[in-house]
Design a protein around this ligand. Sequence first.
Ligand code: ADP
Ligand code: MG
Length: 299
Amino acid sequence: ATPTAVMVATGKGATQGVLIKGGNALEKAHKVKTVVFDKTGTLTVGKPTVVSAVLFSNYSMEEFCTAATAAEANSEHPIAKSIVEHAKRFLNKFGSTEHVVEAKDFEVHTGAGVSGRVGDKMVLVGNKRLMREYNVQVGPEVEKFVSENEKLARTCVLVSIDGKVAGSFAVTDPVKPEAACVISYLHSMGISSIMVTGDNWATAAAIAGEVGIDEVFAETDPMGKADRIKELQMKGLTVTMVGDGINDSPALAAADVGMAIGAGTDVAIEAADIVLMKSNLEDVVTAIDLSRKTMSRIW
Ligand code: ADP
Ligand code: MG
């Protein structure tokens, strides 16, 4: 494309809230055959809420909520925020927040959860992988609760106190209203869509089904997300990655065209070639369309 065409497209993009950082991405985007989407905060709203809390031990709901709140108090993860909000609401209504403290020896386990000491107790809050890491048994009753909820596209967060699963929060994060429409429109343009996520396979598959995603890669860490992109590129495909999180930044950098959700983290925005300022997935199409027009010299 001529420098003038790139300038025109960049200007048109800017007025529509599609920030294009350079001519390179604009020249590649028209060739895109595959769009890889992150799940949480990209296909979904990214504001999870707790829809149920159950106990699997003799700890009271008050003890369970107190432990979870303390452990998640310093976590930035949206799931952590939903748990703290839910647990505090419960404690304010039916218990007391007077014992809520910040956990000591707080540790973040990326893509798995958090750990810390609350009083004299060791508390873990996270997925089954985190429980496995610490040799915490996940019994059949817990497994049943988890798999039933995952089929409903919910994510289950397990809370263990001193090596035993005390209970679980089921969390739901609704898909963005435009997601299904955008994915079917991409289809009509001859572009397939793939999901990569750190969340578990069952929840990921349920969300993918809701929006019409062709292929899913779940339980994937940040480097794994980038590896999926590279595998697609090795098949000769031009790949777009759309993501919002720190955990998406290696994949955003690896993609031919990295697109960051405007409401996402600074690290993702930094790593991307294009920023969707309105955080609306329709602008994935806007960006590809701008590229097609630029390359076919419509301007
Ligand atoms: P995604 O790729 O969908 O954005 P992440 O890699 O951030 O997901 O997290 C993957 C999974 O790890 C979550 O679905 C959740 O089960 C678990 N997890 C991560 N951080 C936390 C936390 N602070 N509290 C509870 N669970 C967590
Ligand atoms: Mg995300």
